[in-house]
Design a protein around this ligand. Structure first.
Ligand code: EPZ
Length: 435
């Protein structure tokens, strides 16, 4: 298994380009199931999760050709409509084939994703939406079986809010299923994330009729079929935020290029409150660091509020800020895996009942730590960049799920980070990399 060894305290300099959005690419690749024509998807990041999604699509009869960051797809057969457990357990976002399959083939069997390190990952909202469109849902041996009625899915009005508010992939699944349903569907309490908008725009390019994506109410007028399309996914806002925070914690004026500042206003606002400026020039964002960030209070909520996927990385910056910060996690109340590892580096954090209180310290110290979920692992990387001495992060396969060659790209900024293979221990088959 691979580890990272980071020697902290290095100032960073220069610029780093952002990859395409993982969380946009995953549902967008799934719409290849919804047309018999060829599709070309561009700006696709080369990540483990994308490879897993491509394997799922291949088992569902989609032929794929990778050319660098472009993937060409075409449905070659529709014999199998079951997304298997051994793939969906590796990446719960595999559940986003449910809506496209049901729309295109009238049936879908998808393994229940199960839980993961950031918490229970239910799909009740996905199923509520499919049932509202007329699908018959049965749960058997850990699989969801969805079947459209003889006359096909029918448009309807669906309230899709859960106890944590809107759901990104549930909105995606219902939107896809509604695109080929008869009549009009209104999704109330839809997720407003930029990745949902990107998916809607891709579907519109394929001939779908969708209004209101990006707002809590999305209206879909069903169409008979979709054509192929060429689509370029948006930049990864979470990766952008991660690099900006790496600049902030190392007090380095690095520039992150190719991102979308308008997708990150809540994060930029929190960094401003902490005393870190972000200078924008077109699609480039340059960190204006401060000597020592100030403590801050942040609550994660659905977009456009502060994203849960940037919570752990922000905790790392709070760990070396002046004063006491409070992080309230409203999406995944147990998502504080970074806390225990940051405490091994000298951070003072108490986390319980969905809230973490972080008492800032002057400096973190390098230590042996272990990556757990994708974003908590990214938090350890940026903490290691600022810590005194050497930090050894094991199980970095978690990071490879969502960040392309992060050590190579950070080295280009002057970071002292190496990837080493620390033994022959095979990655756990059910790598808890499902978030
Ligand atoms: C997406 O997951 C992202 N993944 C997650 O990013 C992100 O953390 C999450 O949205 C929230 O922003 C992808 O887009 C591939 P949700 P998703 O449904 O859609 C509850 C990363 O690090 N819920 O919006 O699965 C759920 O438990 C990953 O890149 C239900 O109760 O998340 C959570 O508390 C991690 N019932 C809340 O809603 C459901 O049927 C929001 O989850 C579905 C979700």
């Amino acid at each position: 298994m691979d580890s990272f060894v980071i020697t902290g305290g290095q100032k960073l300099s220069g610029s780093i380009a952002v990859s395409g959005s993982k969380n946009s690419a995953l549902p967008i690749l799934a719409v290849s199931l919804m047309t018999s024509e060829r599709c070309t998807f561009k700006n696709i990041p080369t990540l483990r999760d994308i490879q897993t999604q491509v394997k799922i699509l291949n088992t569902l009869g989609v032929e794929t050709h990778w050319k660098g960051r472009e993937i060409e797809t075409r449905v070659k057969d529709t014999y199998n409509s079951t997304a298997p457990y051994e793939l969906v357990k590796q990446m719960r976002a595999g559940v986003c084939v449910l809506g496209p399959l049901l729309a295109a083939r009238g049936e879908a069997t998808v393994s229940l994703p199960g839980g993961c390190v950031i918490g229970e990952r239910p799909i009740d909202l996905h199923l509520r939406g499919m049932q509202a469109l007329g699908a018959e849902i049965t749960l058997e041996k850990g699989y969801v079986q969805a079947k459209a009625p003889k006359g096909g899915l029918k448009g309807t009005e669906i309230y899709l809010g859960g106890k944590f508010g809107s759901s990104v992939l549930a909105t995606d699944n219902v939107m896809c299923a509604a695109v080929l349903a008869k009549g009009t569907t209104i999704i109330e309490c839809a997720a407003c994330e930029p990745e949902v908008v990107d998916l809607a725009n891709c579907l519109i390019a394929m001939g779908a009729k969708i209004e209101g994506a990006g707002s809590p109410r999305i209206t879909i007028h069903g169409v008979k079929k979709l054509k192929g399309a060429t689509w370029t996914v948006i930049p990864d806002r979470i990766e952008t935020a991660t690099f900006l925070l790496a600049g902030a914690i190392t007090r380095s004026p690095i520039t992150v290029t190719g991102g979308r500042a308008d997708h990150l206003l809540a994060v930029i606002d929190v960094m401003r409150q902490m005393g870190v400026g972000i200078q924008r020039k077109g699609h480039a964002m340059t960190v204006v660091p401060c000597a020592r960030p100030k403590a801050c209070e942040v609550t994660t909520l659905p977009y456009p509020a502060f994203p849960t996927d940037v919570q752990s990385q922000t905790m790392a910056l709070m760990a070396v800020s002046e004063g006491t910060s409070i992080l309230t996690e409203r999406i995944y109340p147990d998502r504080f895996m970074a806390a225990a590892e940051l405490k091994r580096m000298g951070a003072t954090i108490t986390a319980s009942n969905g809230q973490a209180v972080i008492q800032g310290v002057e400096r973190l110290g390098g230590a042996q730590v272990m990556a757990s979920d994708l974003r908590a692992s990214a938090a350890l990387v940026i903490a290691g960049l600022a810590a005194e001495g050497e930090t050894h992060i094991s199980r970095v396969y978690h990071i490879d799920r969502g960040y392309e060659r992060i050590e190579e790209r950070l080295r280009k900024l002057g970071a002292r980070i190496q990837r080493i293979n620390d033994g022959d221990e095979a990655e756990p088959a059910t790598a808890a990399a499902k978030a």
